[in-house]
Design a protein around this ligand. Structure first.
Ligand code: 3PG
Length: 386
């Protein structure tokens, strides 16, 4: 985008302003903040700026107040220190002057958005002289506003946020300074199987956490009591460990864990050796010795990719492992990248954002990039540029 002369041009910018909203209030504005430099640059260039985004997963084809981008328009106005009009009907054209910025209502209310309908993509394209794809968080979706429009807009390019995300992820995963350490945590191996299988062929070390780690703990023969784990995937966990070992990569198993007899905010936490988990106990965090070992690995890493908290950090007594790891990452010399909703909540909770080299705005898009998949919006931009 920065290579183009945008003065006086009608510029349609696809951002991912899909932020969490509770009772009409935005609970995390990270994605709005991340989009600001792009929007400010377009305004400074004296473009007539139209911003397009989805919010949530509304029913297509009708307007619903609950899915309106109104809270986002208001916050965007505050942050840009200017009026930001929210335009509800825009498919037949938008009145916007150079130096003005308007937000177009939730594009997922438009029939044909999710199916990448060509007619809808052409209508988006007809709104503008230049289309800027800046929504990294939605770049894994082949939809009319992220993919189809790229084919039909008079000019289409990647925006600064999208480019920064691709640069950071490429630096961490495609040309990493080694050792490359990935931390993948979450409740289930099954939901991150592709990620684990892909990373195991790239990383030097892979730390697993949460319910995923429990399945690995079971795979090396320890009892996990009442812990969340997937017995059907124990063999898969075995194979991932064998694949890692075959290429000299390490998947450490915790030596100690934090357990409780129930999953609740008031549950009493006990530290156990990993081979001493009781039948009526569940693993809810890594133990202090494991946290120290993992911290040592982080301090020796050249690059760190972090997705997922290693314990139930929403409950303070099970948050020490995640806190310790977050602080190790923030204090390390490694090029570090963090992505995914829960990960960002942990980054916020422990106040470590400034120590992390790059914080991705992507959830699914971040995971798909890490899985080695092509993002359809990026593929379409490359094809246009070729
Ligand atoms: C996200 O929150 O990951 C993106 O905004 C994409 O949203 P989606 O999963 O509803 O397509």
């Amino acid at each position: 985008m920065s290579d183009l002369d945008l003065a006086g041009k009608r510029v349609l910018i696809r951002e991912d302003l899909n932020v969490p909203i509770k009772d009409g209030r935005i609970t995390s504005e990270q994605r709005i903040q991340a989009a600001l430099p792009t929007l400010q640059a377009a305004l400074q260039a004296n473009a007539a700026v139209m911003v397009l985004s989805h919010l949530g997963r509304p029913v297509e084809g009708s307007f619903s107040e609950a899915d309106s981008l109104a809270p986002v328009a208001q916050r965007l106005g505050e942050l840009l220190d200017r009026e930001v009009r929210l335009v509800r009907d825009y498919l037949d054209g938008v009145e916007v002057a150079p130096g003005e910025l308007v937000l177009l209502e939730n594009c997922r209310m438009n029939a044909g958005e999710k199916s990448d309908d060509e007619a809808l993509a052409r209508r988006y394209a007809a709104l503008c002289d230049v289309f800027v794809m800046d929504a990294f968080g939605t770049a894994h979706r082949a939809q009319a506003s992220t993919h189809g429009v790229i084919h039909f807009a008079p000019v289409a390019c990647g925006g600064p946020l999208l480019m920064a995300e691709l640069d950071a992820l490429g630096k961490a995963l495609l040309e990493p300074e080694r050792p490359l350490l990935a931390i993948v945590a979450g409740s289930k191996v099954s939901t991150k199987l592709e990620l684990l299988s892909s990373l195991v062929s790239k990383v030097d070390q892979l730390i697993v956490g949460g319910g995923i780690a429990n399945t690995f703990i079971a795979a090396v023969g320890h009892r996990v009591g009442k812990s969340l784990y997937e017995p059907d995937l124990v063999a898969t966990a075995h194979k991932i460990m064998a694949d890692a070992k075959a290429r000299g990569a390490d998947i450490p198993i915790p030596v100690d864990v934090v357990v409780a007899s129930e999953f609740s905010a008031s549950a009493i936490a006990h530290v156990r050796r990993v081979d001493e988990v009781g039948e009526d106990e569940m693993i809810l965090d890594i133990g202090p010795e494991t946290a120290a070992r993992y911290g040592g690995m982080v301090s020796r890493a050249g690059s760190v990719v972090w997705n997922g908290p290693v314990g139930v950090f929403e409950f303070d007594q099970f948050g020490h492992g995640t806190e310790s790891l977050a602080k190790s990452i923030a204090g390390s010399r490694a090029f570090s990248i963090a992505g995914g909703g829960d990960t960002l909540a942990a980054v916020d909770k422990y106040g470590v954002a400034s120590g992390i080299s790059y914080i991705s705005t992507g959830g699914g898009a971040f995971l798909e990039f890490c899985e080695g998949k092509e993002l359809p919006a990026v593929t379409a931009l490359r094809a246009r540029a070729a």
